[in-house]
Design a protein around this ligand. Structure first.
Ligand SMILES: [Fe+2]
Length: 316
């Protein structure tokens, strides 16, 4: 049995109708890189698109890739949809959270798009307004998924990778999952020495935190650097005319993805990618403050790193 695995990881492609970010070509490039790198599957950490009905051709393209492809639920998937079921059907997914094994490695995908509604009951953002979906004020992993994760880690035949849209490591006041600390503790108490790699998207930032036997990889967007509330007209008019939202967006010049290699012993190698400013336009040079709620500024790359998850945990 081969004792290592390679997979392709990307996030936040953000295809929308009237796409000006060339998301189709970006997806082609990501898949090509995955195949060239010997990836056994590709997975994204959410925000594949803004409207699953309009994105039918993109979703089909991803499904038809010459390797298995997986979706993780981002908040924007639901933006133009009325229900979780509508999005699941569009993605041909039986459930919004799941796990699968490949030759002794376990992969777990979670859906953290929940919040406490009026009266305190947990509600899925699919049932909320488009505004609420786009501006999630609270993100919670529900108890059934917490138990699912605990069981998936405890019964894993080897190393575990956990994919979500939001971060369990970032504190809630910085936009992280409200019960993220509880999620991390559950995984740590269940892992019994197994390496665990958490991967998330959502923030369009580029960060890796390694804490003993667990690591937390914040995966940068494959297309978008950032969204700004103010307007800009920095790209050529013929480009901006293609999409009314382009005056609020800044793009990466490159289709970012990561190739992740992991051994059964917990040695991990992330092969990242250099990006850049589309048309040379840097939002901070134009005076936009790009700091996210954690104070992290726009970054055009996905980092490369080599690290070991063989050690016992040192929890945050
Ligand atoms: Fe998001």
């Amino acid at each position: 049995m081969c004792d290592s695995i390679v997979f392709s990881l990307f996030s936040d492609l953000h295809w929308r109708e009237g796409d000006w970010a060339s998301c189709e070509a970006r997806l082609d490039a990501i898949v090509d890189r995955a195949v060239r790198s010997g990836a056994e599957f590709a997975i994204h950490c959410g925000d594949f698109c803004h409207d699953v009905a309009a994105a039918r051709a993109m979703i089909a393209k991803y499904a038809a890739a010459p390797l298995p492809t997986w979706h993780v639920m981002g908040n924007h998937e639901f933006e133009c949809s009325q229900s979780l079921g509508e999005v699941l059907a569009a993605f041909s997914m039986p459930r919004d959270y799941y796990s699968f094994d490949v030759r002794g490695f376990r992969f777990v995908a979670l859906d953290d798009n929940f919040h406490h509604g009026d009266g305190g009951a947990l509600k899925h953002y699919a049932d909320e307004s488009a505004w609420a979906k786009c501006h999630q004020e609270e993100v919670v992993l529900p108890p059934d998924q917490l138990e699912f994760l605990r069981e998936a880690v405890a019964s894993a035949p080897g190393p575990v990778c956990v994919f979500s849209h939001s971060s369990f490591l970032l504190p809630p006041e910085s936009g992280g999952v409200a019960n993220g600390r509880e999620v991390i503790r559950a995984a740590d108490s269940a892992r019994a020495g197994r390496p665990v790699l958490f991967c998330n998207g959502h923030y369009h930032r580029n960060e890796l935190v390694v804490r003993g036997g667990m690591a937390f990889f914040d995966v940068n967007s494959a297309a978008s650097l950032t969204w700004v509330d103010g307007e800009h007209h920095a790209y050529p008019p013929e480009i901006m005319a293609k999409c009314p939202t382009s005056s609020h967006s800044f793009l990466n010049s490159h289709p970012l993805s990561a190739i992740v290699r992991m051994t059964m012993d917990g040695d991990v190698e992330i092969e990242g990618m250099r990006g850049g400013y589309f048309c040379g336009v840097d939002p901070e040079a134009l005076g936009f403050d790009t700091a996210d709620r954690a104070g992290r500024h726009v970054d055009t790359d996905i980092l490369s790193a080599k690290f070991s998850l063989r050690q016992p945990s040192r929890l945050p």
